[in-house]
Write a protein that binds this ligand. Structure first.
Ligand SMILES: C[S@@+](CC[C@H](N)C(=O)[O-])C[C@H]1O[C@@H](n2cnc3c(N)ncnc32)[C@H](O)[C@@H]1O
Length: 607
């Protein structure tokens, strides 16, 4: 692997200075070269489309709400299959519509836990990967293979992402530096948001350094659009509820003896483990009739503030003035603050007073790029939900939930194409339960356990898990999902022979996406008996002469005939017509404002 800047462009030494700032990054950006890159560079375009095939028995609740005829619109999806094909299958319906992507791909640790077996259509690639097996430490090209695997998937994920969407990618030191360069190249350096560092465990047996963290690289599809649409990112402070509960218990014990309550609160903080969510708020250590507060700075920001006498409420002597002078510009404003009970006095006049900062006034906080969440908790939680199964490295649904909460709202769609134990679905359902949202999830998992672990966890989370601590998990989060597999890919041969013919709606949705770049749910199609017009935009009508029946397709019924063309012309709007053939010359069609696209060849035009 070598890092090579776009030399030809940068040699035009002053070119970047004539460009808008956001484009300069692209011009000067170094890129990562790796074996196979030229062959997989456009591989995402050549992956064939496959329809999603619903499996009513594995869907939830089974089987009534899932018809055999196509995935239920507006439902959550769990797709069993390779994510390269699955992402391509999602494009016609979901391109540009996914608000949040979270993925947790294999980390390429060298323990042989994954294999690179994409069927790349290049003799050189096929020769290279001929005797391919699990990628382990012995494999000197394991980084190249991982990069070949992730590149086309990231390309498709980017296409699925909404303009104001965000992608989070978990990774560790094995590939994080390579991944950053790839993400820069695919999403643009200027769309990098942050790399979270998640500290999860300490390994005391490490030879040199105990590395207990991994990363979550975060990119926007367009940082500018995110700034315009969502403003600032804030999340609710975690651990606040426990503090309030503790204070309630102390109040019952001590009545309105706030000194004893404050002492009790301090003792409670001391008893907490360091990773307890309330520990980070331990500076909120005082309590009065208004609530819990921390004694904050009362001096003039930057110093040089006014100095006047303020009497201590008990000793009636002037208190020590802070070195920077008072925060309040005059005595009257200070008196008002004291009357409103906003000033915390020390025991005697010797101490400098403080300003009370109440916990309930600042319930939101900014995300921090470094955080701690013990990894073992996710294992234990998964075991509680699904029993004693072997699944290594589940992520913690609270952490993923926080990311989703930050960047999505009510009806947004969340996608995880390396779903594993289904943490992302769990986090989405839990968040909906808390805020009454209608977020949807799409999961993709290639292993057999897509049903027995991924979907099973989601079934249990929806229905409720006995023996769990919190009410929401015990009672169940509610919801449903459609379980799908991937049908045979659309390829010209099977369409021509009639071996594998998609349903009308499936084909129509694919055609709209490939021909016009429109992504739609099948229910948005407006089929009409008027010559099979199936969709209209403001300016164009779309027609399709098709039935999933080879005899029908070989008959005149599948053709654009002069009679049909005349009817279309009579409507007086430009039209795109898909059919098996036509009985009119190109010249006639152009005169009539009709563009004809022949099936099945039109399907494979963009690869
Ligand atoms: C590290 S695990 C993800 C764990 C998940 N975040 C959780 O919390 O349970 C990666 C998952 O991606 C799946 N996977 C790997 N390659 C895949 C592919 N090409 N298509 C679909 N799933 C894939 C693996 O089978 C594995 O379950």
């Amino acid at each position: 692997m070598v890092v090579r800047p776009y030399r030809a462009l940068t040699r035009l030494w002053n070119l970047p200075y004539f460009l808008p700032t956001k484009w300069r990054g692209w011009i000067k950006m170094p890129t990562l070269e790796f074996k196979g890159k030229q062959h997989i560079y456009a591989h995402h375009l050549t992956v064939p489309y496959s329809p999603l095939v619903p499996d009513p028995q594995r869907s939830h609740p089974p089987p009534a709400h899932v018809a055999d005829s196509g995935p239920v619109s507006e439902d959550n999806l769990i797709i069993h299959g390779d994510n390269l094909r699955a992402l391509k299958a999602l494009l016609p319906r979901y391109a540009g519509k996914i608000k949040c992507i979270y993925i947790d791909p294999p980390y390429n640790t060298g323990n042989g836990g994954w294999a690179y077996d994409d069927n790349v259509n290049s003799p050189l690639m096929q020769a290279w990967l001929k005797d391919n097996g699990p990628v382990d430490n012995e494999d000197l090209e394991r980084h190249d293979k991982w990069l070949c695997m992730i590149w086309p998937r990231l390309q498709l994920l980017r296409e699925l992402l909404a303009e104001d969407g965000i992608i989070f990618v978990s990774i560790d030191d094995n590939e994080q530096h390579h991944l950053r360069m790839l993400l820069d190249e695919i999403f643009g350096e200027s769309n990098f948001v942050a790399s979270f560092v998640w500290e999860g465990t300490a390994k005391n047996d490490a030879r040199f350094v105990s590395v207990g963290h991994d990363y979550i690289h975060t990119y926007a599809k367009s940082v500018d659009r995110v700034k315009t649409n969502s403003g600032r990112w804030r999340v609710l402070k975690e651990g606040i509820e426990d503090i309030q509960k503790c204070v309630e218990v102390l109040k019952e014990r001590h009545g309105d003896d706030y000194q004893s309550i404050s002492m009790g609160l301090k003792d409670w903080y001391k008893s907490l483990p360091r990773n307890h969510k309330s520990w980070q708020h331990r500076h909120y250590r005082c309590v009065d009739s208004e609530g819990v507060y921390f004694p904050g700075d009362i001096s003039w920001p930057g110093g040089g503030g006014p100095r006047y006498d303020v009497l201590h409420p008990v000793t009636r002597k002037p208190v020590t003035v802070p070195a920077g002078g008072w925060r309040f510009p005059d005595e009257e404003k200070m008196r008002a603050a004291i009357q409103a009970n906003r000033v915390h006095f020390a025991d005697t006049e010797v101490g400098v007073p403080n300003l009370k900062r109440y916990l309930h006034e600042t319930t939101e906080q900014v995300l921090t790029s470094v955080f701690y969440q013990d990894r073992r908790a996710a294992h234990q939680n998964l075991r509680r939900i699904i029993g004693d199964i072997k699944f290594e490295y589940p992520k913690d649904e609270r952490v993923i939930g926080r990311l989703i909460e930050t960047v999505t709202s009510n009806r947004d769609i969340i996608l995880d194409s390396f779903a594993g134990s289904g943490t992302t679905a769990h986090a989405t359902l839990a968040l909906n339960k808390v805020d009454g949202g209608n977020r949807r999830f799409i999961l993709v998992e290639c292993e057999e356990y897509a049903d027995t672990i991924t979907a099973e966890r989601v079934r249990r989370v929806i229905g409720g898990v006995l023996g769990t601590k919190d009410d929401a998990s015990r009672d169940g989060m509610g919801g449903s999902f459609t379980y799908c597999t991937l049908g045979s890919p659309f390829d010209a041969e099977s369409l021509l022979s009639g071996d594998s013919l998609p349903k009308f709606e499936t084909l129509a949705v694919f055609l709209l996406y490939t021909a016009a770049g429109l992504s739609l749910e099948p229910k948005a199609l407006r089929t009409s008996r008027n010559g099979q017009r199936f969709y209209q935009t403001k300016t164009i009508d779309f027609y399709l002469y098709y039935e999933p029946n080879i005899e029908w397709l070989r008959s005149d019924k599948a053709m654009l005939t002069p009679e049909r063309a005349k009817k279309i012309k009579k409507i007086g709007r430009p039209a795109i017509v898909f059919g098996a053939g036509k009985y009119l010359s190109q010249h006639n069609l152009t005169d009539m404002g009709i563009k004809f696209c022949q099936l099945p060849y039109e399907l494979f035009k963009d690869g």
